[in-house]
Design a binder for this molecule. Sequence first.
Ligand SMILES: [Zn+2]
Ligand SMILES: [Zn+2]
Length: 266
Amino acid sequence: MKDIKDRNILPGLKKAAGLAEDLLFPPRCPICDEPVPLSGDRICAECAGRIRPIRGNVCRKCGRPVAAAGTLCRDCSERAHSYSAGCAAFLYRDISGSLYRMKFEGRAEYAKYYGYQIARRVRECFDQEEIDAIDALVPVPVSAQRLRQRGYNQAGLLAQAVSEVLKIPARSDVLVRSRKTPGMRALSASERYKNLKNAFIVHGNDVEFMRIMLIDDIYTTGATIDACAEALAGAGAAGIYYAAAAIGEIHDQPEQSHFDDQNVYI
Ligand SMILES: [Zn+2]
Ligand SMILES: [Zn+2]
């Protein structure tokens, strides 16, 4: 009997399973959470016309919108970050409710849309040569306890989705969160940095000389990305970048809203 793969049944089965899942759990627009047509885009037409990705002048370090091209934002001019450069697809305030649902209300499927948007933004912000030189996409990890509670790491799902577009391997096994960090809601940027000191460890030793792009849902002060970058640099990574679904504006920090910094619940 021929192998099941030879008969090309496996992709068909996978597709059928995906369709059954879509029928049972119709895909929802990540922005407004209304069901969207099975055959259409992942976002509804109304939200597609309304949602505005980040465009124009951005900080040359963190990718936050700034007034003048080639400048640094206030945050990056005051603090030297541990990564080389990064970008985000949206302003946090535009998708805060959506990211909340993805993280805390089980809307893991949104990660497909945001992964695609992150990949699109990476292509806008980095030269193809730079993208080709990246060896791995590494999601910001959650603690083992949080992973058990939630069932998934939203950054891991995003990295997987970005990987499918950019064809760079996603590696969830590289970075480990060594402990559950306490809530950071009321903490200043420097307190956040202190809170995250040594929170991440590199698992194994194969990151030496690798160029890595960290993937997360939200970039706020950069404390989390910096803590991950320091761990990776300590293990010999040759270059560290980041890409996120959203970035907070400096005068519009996420901790002011109903949704906390990425680290609070992780
Ligand atoms: Zn919508
Ligand atoms: Zn900046």
